[in-house]
Write a protein of this length. Structure first.
Length: 166
């Protein structure tokens, strides 16, 4: 079975647009009893709702941390680790700097920026009763700015190429 959820928590289309609901995981009922759950995140929305209050925006790292804690609580309450493996795929970084655009060589080590969202993932995961295994594609993708398909004439702004062996 394959189920695609845009974010760890719900993103619901409402009259005002896409609303990220930081304290809601309605699609979670589809995931119970699945052998392997691979979670990924960091997509787009128009508004953020938390505790019934809708905002145009808020601190993105705070929103990410709240969503991670909602997700972690769901995993702890609903996943049987003897039956299901939970994996969290790291976030592909953005290479928006015009100097990096269309380059076909890897990023040099001295130019690696700190990845704050990864720190949130690791912190949240340590607090879980049943921590997820982290598939960290963030550093690999960060170094390989030349791996973005748009460089080679393919569309897509978030599709990064990375091979991971488990």
């Amino acid at each position: 079975m394959l189920d695609r959820s845009v974010y760890l928590v719900d993103v619901v289309m409402e009259k005002i647009g896409r609303v990220l609901k930081l304290d809601s995981i309605r699609s979670g009922m589809l995931w119970t009893g699945i052998d392997m759950l691979i979670f990924n995140t960091w997509h787009w929305w128009d508004f953020i709702e938390y505790r019934g209050v809708i905002k145009n925006d808020m601190d993105r790292m705070l929103a990410f941390e709240i969503a991670l804690n909602t997700w972690a609580g769901w995993v702890d309450a609903n996943v049987d680790p003897s039956k299901s493996m939970v994996l969290f795929q790291g976030i592909s970084p953005s290479h928006y700097n015009k100097e990096l655009c269309r380059q076909k060589q890897p990023l040099l080590a001295q130019h690696i920026p700190e990845v704050y969202h990864l720190r949130c993932v690791v912190k949240s995961n340590k607090q879980n009763e049943r921590p997820a295994k982290l598939l960290d594609v963030t550093l690999l993708s960060l170094l390989r700015k030349d791996g973005h398909p748009s460089i080679y004439g393919l569309s897509g702004s978030t599709g990064w190429i990375a091979a991971i062996g488990i």
